[in-house]
Unconditional design. Structure first.
Length: 115
């Protein structure tokens, strides 16, 4: 059973920075597709950023230039570094991965952007 545990969420002021982490219970070395999603109240879950096993990344237009996704295969951990946070970035952030066609999700970590 694959488990994903997000951490690092919290309260940050607009313009601030935060890094959230996703620890996997399995080796992520050969996992091609991993990503971060977010869901704000009353909105659908949306893709924030994705990263492949060879380091290719993609980002939602709303976070390009502000967020950076990365992965540390040795630690089986994926990160999302968030800069210049805006109130509209406030959401529960989820990580996911695709392992042999099965998609797994974490339970999420809440990021609150407020004064």
């Amino acid at each position: 059973q694959v488990q994903l545990v997000e951490s690092g969420g919290g309260l940050v002021q607009p313009g601030g920075s935060l890094t959230v982490s996703c620890a996997a219970s399995v080796s992520i070395f050969s996992i091609n597709a991993m990503g971060w999603y977010r869901q704000a109240p009353g909105k659908q879950r949306e893709l924030v950023a994705g990263v492949t096993s060879d380091g290719r990344t993609n980002y939602a237009d709303s976070v390009k230039g502000r967020f950076t996704i990365s992965r540390d295969n040795a630690k089986n951990t994926m990160y999302l570094h968030m800069n210049s946070l805006k109130p509209e970035d406030q959401a529960v952030y989820y990580c996911n991965l695709d392992l042999y066609g099965m998609v797994y999700w974490g339970k999420g970590t809440l990021v609150t952007v407020s004064l």
